[in-house]
Design a protein around this ligand. Sequence first.
Ligand code: 6PG
Length: 252
Amino acid sequence: MKPEIRVFNDLENLSRAAANLFTAQAAESITKRDRFLVALNGGNTPMRLFRLLATDHRDQVDWKRVHVFWGDERCVPPDDAGSSYGQARDALLSRVPIPDSNIHRIIGELAPVEASGNYSLTVRRFASPPLEWPRFDLVYLGMGEDGHTASLFPGSPVEEAAPVIPVTAHYQYRPANRVTLTPAVFNSARRVVFMVTGAKKAVTLAEVLSDRYNPGQYPAQRINPNDGGSIWLVDEEAASKLPKKNIRNEEE
Ligand code: 6PG
């Protein structure tokens, strides 16, 4: 399925669209399956989304039925500025009535192999047979300037069989030891939403969304949901190198 590309004039409007997707997908999933399984991303881009969910959208979500996971995590303790769990906790999870037992974090303070093993057990508890992992209702992902997504980095070994793997990767000044879900897990999600902003990502984004398939260099290309489809929410700067056809300019 071709990805859907939506272009916004700024991060605020992009984040509002991402929050609307959360609210709508949560309502639909809870109606159909009585729970909503969502995987969050790390990095800077989702911070505004988290704050919107904790404020404007707080009363539109049945938080008791929401289960939060992460697509990846840096191996640092929760109070470290690099912790994806820590930033989501502070901006969102501590501000909404979600039970602690519905928060399924990657234990970043463990060594990568242990954290990966622990998270494998977590995802297995929510497995949607015959899969050995859950079919997430919604997955948010970001993309780095190098084309990585979650902690699937260019040139990293790809263990397609395991749902969770430990990874070592150097990107900007962020923690190198990480744990990530693998493409098979992301691709079984009902919906994947990428959020990409900034001129520095424009060239890479154009490559990732082109017909030139080179996932060794651009791991984000490995994400092609089997039957859910992906939506790319991008700002005008990140979209500046995309071919004008196939993109939808949003008024929001
Ligand atoms: C993480 C991520 C990673 C991130 C991209 C984009 O580092 O935690 O999951 O894949 O989404 O690096 O990060 P920015 O949003 O900060 O550009």
